[in-house]
Design a protein around this ligand. Structure first.
Ligand SMILES: [Zn+2]
Length: 243
């Protein structure tokens, strides 16, 4: 199957449209909006830093295969390690999908989504976990995220919103994950279970663990773990960068 140029970007197979800053890759309009958000954050004493931005299909495939094969740690909702060998393949997939996307279905493929933290709130050398404890009440990054919530609610977030604002029974709540709505929605609207099936069938891109289960349950998994996200507020979706 040959994918269109747009589909290749959607699936994490083409990073030609991205630009790099500080070791992270995003689309140029996302960098511009992020720069404005960072300036606003710094005026409030926060230093908004990127933990993770663009991730390729190959990178997501390595994460997925590592977790499904037990080579990479899998944690449950309480941050405790799970022994994947004791789970059925379906249980294992459901467990991994709470925190990691299927290769091809990660919003991090698009160059529109990123995970953030507040460098000003921790000592140098601190290792960011991207855990619920860090962003929840009493956590080091809670204050910046409370401020971000206000910005989003007031329509002053320069196009950014939280697709994983709360647990909808699919992907766990991820307060650290921001998405640039004006571009991200174009990708989200074009991602389908069928497109992912043809991606996984392309063996030249590498074998994916548990492909039979993913193939046979693609629609169900897609609905629960890809489609079940927050709708961006109109203010974010219709954000127009200053000319
Ligand atoms: Zn993320």
């Amino acid at each position: 199957m040959t994918f269109s140029a747009f589909q290749r970007r959607l699936l994490g197979l083409d990073e030609g449209a991205l630009t790099e800053q500080g070791g992270h890759n995003l689309q140029p309009p996302v960098w511009s909006a992020l720069s404005r958000l960072r300036d606003a954050a710094s005026r409030h004493g926060f230093q908004l830093e990127i933990a993770s931005a663009y991730r390729s299909y190959q990178r997501q495939l390595a994460i997925w295969n590592g977790k499904l094969s037990g080579e990479r740690a899998v944690v449950d909702d309480n941050d405790l390690n799970v022994d994947v060998a004791r789970l059925s393949i379906e249980e294992c997939i459901n467990c991994v999908l709470r925190f990691s996307a299927m290769p091809g279905a990660s919003r991090h493929h698009w160059g529109t989504d990123l995970d953030v933290f507040d460098t000003a709130a921790v000592q140098g050398g601190y290792r960011v976990q991207l855990s619920a404890a860090e962003v929840g009440p009493g956590g080091p990054f809670a204050a910046m995220h409370d401020w971000l919530d206000e910005r989003i609610a007031e329509g002053k977030s320069f196009g950014f919103y939280r697709p994983y604002d709360k647990d909808r029974g699919g992907v766990a709540a991820e307060r650290w994950h921001l998405s640039y709505a004006p571009l991200a929605m174009e990708y989200q609207n074009c991602c389908t279970a069928d497109l992912l099936r043809s991606l996984w069938a392309d063996v030249e891109l590498g074998q994916i663990e548990a492909r039979e289960v993913l193939d046979s349950q693609a629609e169900m998994i897609f609905e629960r773990f890809v489609a079940r996200v927050a709708t961006p507020p109109d203010s974010a979706l219709n954000y127009l960068p200053p000319a």
